[in-house]
Design a protein around this ligand. Structure first.
Ligand SMILES: Nc1ncnc2c1ncn2[C@@H]1O[C@H](COP(=O)(O)OP(=O)(O)OP(=O)(O)O)[C@@H](O)[C@H]1O
Length: 360
């Protein structure tokens, strides 16, 4: 679906990235200045690639060796930014159909009706952007991009300006667009929860290079060398939703290492989900904990310890049945439990810590 070989220089910054993604959403993740927006601009044709090649669904957008450079309108790339950037003088309906005017008739394969319905914006068609809420504006911006039937949809932090409730509302819509319209999507985000929920594949960019690539379960929380930084400080696990416990308002998410209890009703029983566990929300214990308020206790083996800098150590724990969880604990605490690489350990995760985050 997308295939790229990029060696790009702009000023003092160099972006070197070779990647491909065949199905599902490709997420670009990484610290500020790592090159995410530059990559989006190169795909859109808003920046001119210095050397390399980008191909989407069999169409070569740019190939410097062959002198190919499709102008941005001919790329038919849908762009959605943090700010909806709707035309204020046009109605929602006129905004929605704007991009479509530039799409050749034969290429208009996405019908507007189902997009409008999926995004729940049918009742807004006659309104002006100024009268819409942030979430509504963003849904219209996504609709406008899609109705133009792009070859690929580039979403650069599309939820960053929205509050938590709006994010929860729009995330499932993006999932539905991905599934129902089968359109390649490149999704830039700083939020691990969004990436865990949406992405088939993640590229973690650092200083213009791909530091890691793979499914969220593989790239987050482990395998990244260097100092502890917040980008490596969360883990993603694949779990199966259990039966909602109405009495306690908890749902167990089943993993071979144990049940992860989250507040509220999550998923349908048997459904595969992803859950994000922050390293700072994990405590370790040598023995199974006695009676305690902690509702999630998992078993695993210590695979790696990265001590410091300073008081904190990063401990990577491999779980039976697959998956790795990283814990950020004090070096003093780790000395106290007397466990090292290869030893079994118990992980305790507070349900309230998990509760505050969207579950993938
Ligand atoms: N037009 C330009 N000319 C020269 N350097 C640029 C230009 N645009 C961006 N840069 C530099 O390229 C690097 C990557 O920037 P980019 O915007 O791609 O990062 P990013 O990962 O998207 O960051 P953020 O998360 O803050 O949006 C930065 O060092 C930036 O200063």
């Amino acid at each position: 679906m997308i295939r790229a070989e990029i060696d790009h220089t702009q000023g003092a910054f160099r972006l070197e990235a070779d990647f491909h993604n065949d199905a599902g959403i490709l997420a670009l993740f990484g610290p500020s200045g790592s090159g995410k927006s530059t990559l989006v601009n190169l795909i859109a044709g808003l920046a001119r690639l210095s050397a390399g090649r980008i191909e989407v669904d069999g169409t070569v957008l740019v190939d410097t060796a062959r002198g190919v450079f499709l102008a941005p309108p001919r790329r038919r790339v849908g762009l959605v930014y943090q700010d909806a950037l709707l035309f204020p003088h046009l109605s929602v309906e006129q905004n929605l159909f704007f991009g479509r005017l530039f799409t050749p008739r034969a290429e208009r394969r996405i019908a507007p009706g189902p997009v409008i319905e999926t995004l729940g914006i049918g009742h807004l068609l006659k309104r002006r952007p100024a009268g819409l809420s942030g979430g509504e504006r963003q849904r219209v911006a996504i609709g406008r991009a899609l109705i133009a039937s792009p070859r690929i949809l580039l979403m650069d932090e599309p939820l960053a300006a929205l509050d938590q409730d709006r994010k929860r509302e729009i995330l499932p819509l993006i999932e539905r667009l991905r599934d129902e319209f089968a359109i390649p999507i490149v999704y830039v985000s700083h939020a691990i929860e969004e990436v865990a929920r949406l992405a088939a594949k993640v590229l973690i960019l650092r200083d213009g290079r791909i530091a890691a690539s793979g499914p969220p379960e593989e790239v987050f929380g482990h395998g990244l060398d260097g100092d502890i930084d917040r980008f490596a400080l969360a883990s993603v696990l694949t779990v199966t939703a259990g039966d909602y416990d109405e009495a306690w308002d908890l749902t167990p998410l089943m993993h071979p290492a144990g049940a992860i209890r989250v507040a509220g009703r999550v998923g349908r029983p048997g459904e595969t989900r992803r859950v994000v566990i922050r390293a700072t929300d994990v405590a370790l214990s040598a023995e199974p904990p006695g009676p305690s308020t902690v509702r999630t206790v998992l078993r695993g083996l210590i695979a790696r310890i990265v001590p410091g800098p300073g008081a904190v150590a990063r401990v990577e724990i491999e779980l039976p049945g697959g998956g790795t969880v990283t814990a950020a604990v004090t070096r003093m605490g780790l000395a106290e439990i007397g466990r090292t690489v290869g030893d079994p350990v118990h992980l305790m995760v507070k349900t309230v810590a998990l509760d505050e985050r969207p579950i993938g």
